[in-house]
Design a protein around this ligand. Structure first.
Ligand code: FDA
Length: 307
């Protein structure tokens, strides 16, 4: 019950103002967010890379309401890529973007987002790395996949995210399981209607396995993004049976979640990439992390009363 309430709150400006202003929130947010400043995120990323992990950095922000804000999001990524290039991390540090931060929801937003993200993809290519397009709520999927297809025509390594909870996703997996494509498979983190998405967690897990099988059997590069131990075990069992070596796919997890498991998978020879978010606009991201696991809310509430 709590998850849907938190997901609804993640889109409320009023609750955003209250939560963001609470002085104790910051220390809890730090568990999931690498820092508010670019410098902090790059230090965290370099440390993870030193420890044998790969990273994908996300400059937090979504649902911008004007073109200038969308351009600021793009500029933040250009600054990030400039810094990553100076560090020489190459493909070990890629970036993830939300097209709603680049103006996708504005009037004419598809083209605005495409123009903004194209600048970022070009900069990533020059820095020797790639961009993956995060997937947001189901109303954005067609536009995001169309932008992905357009970008891939010029930059084939551009990645997409597919969410196993959407009814459409198994078909999208078939369409994207082609040579050279990079697909990050996730369960899905938004509040969706039954007309668009499976509502039962168990059904979402079963759909994840079906999608995983399609991607692993295909010719692309699957990115298995989950913290779920059963799904990680399924991927480890399926991959060799479908002719994959540990170089042909990777695991991904979010910064601050199951760190020991991240290290364990890397130590066992798997590619493990950590999604590292940073920036001041952490509210929506943070609320989705609370919604995924009610125990996180208890942790947050405890910190409110013990300080
Ligand atoms: P599940 O939620 O069942 O969790 C399995 C176990 O993992 C839990 O029992 C717990 O131990 C641990 N865990 C999971 N979430 C936790 C949390 N918040 N705090 C503490 N422990 C937690 N979604 C989306 O809609 N669009 C996107 O673009 C992305 N991008 C993305 C990138 C990457 C790299 C990852 C790993 C995830 C995403 N997601 C996403 C989020 C995804 O859809 C999903 O909501 C979360 O990964 C949680 O689902 P799990 O697969 O981990 O399973």
């Amino acid at each position: 019950m709590l998850g849907p309430v938190l997901l609804a709150a993640s889109r409320s400006d009023r609750i955003r103002r209250v939560v963001s202003a609470a002085p104790v929130t910051r220390s809890v947010v730090e568990r999931f967010v690498a820092g508010e400043r670019l410098d902090e995120s790059v230090v965290v990323a370099a440390d993870l890379v030193d420890r044998g992990l790969a990273v994908t950095l996300d400059h937090l922000g979504e649902d911008v309401t004007g073109k200038a804000e969308a351009q600021r999001s793009r500029d933040a990524y250009l600054a990030l890529l400039d810094r990553l290039s100076a560090f020489g991390l190459g493909a070990r540090a890629e970036v993830s973007v939300k097209l709603s931060a680049f103006g996708q929801a504005l009037p004419g937003g598809h083209d605005i987002a495409l123009r903004n993200v194209l600048d970022v993809v070009e900069a990533a290519d020059a820095a020797g790395t790639t961009v993956t397009l995060d997937m947001e709520d189901h109303t954005t999927v067609d536009s995001t996949l169309a932008i992905h297809a357009d970008l891939r025509g010029r930059f084939p390594g551009t990645g997409a995210v597919l969410q196993s909870y959407l009814h459409r996703t198994e078909d999208d997996c078939h369409a994207l399981a082609a040579s050279g494509s990079r697909v990050r498979l996730v369960k899905g983190a938004y509040r969706e209607p039954a007309s668009a998405a499976l509502q039962d967690k168990h059904d979402v897990d079963l759909a994840y396995v079906r999608c995983l099988r399609v991607l692993l059997a295909g010719d692309g590069y699957p990115m298995v993004a989950t913290h779920d131990p059963r799904l990680i075990a399924v991927a480890q069992a399926l991959a060799p049976r479908l002719g994959r070596t540990p170089d042909d796919y990777e695991f991904q997890m979010l910064y601050g979640i199951r760190d020991a498991e991240q290290a364990r998978l890397a130590a066992r020879g798997h590619r493990m990439r950590v999604y590292v978010p940073y920036g001041t606009d952490w509210y929506g991201y943070f609320m989705r992390r609370l919604a995924e696991r009610p125990a996180n809310l208890a942790f947050f509430a405890r910190s409110l009363v013990t300080r």
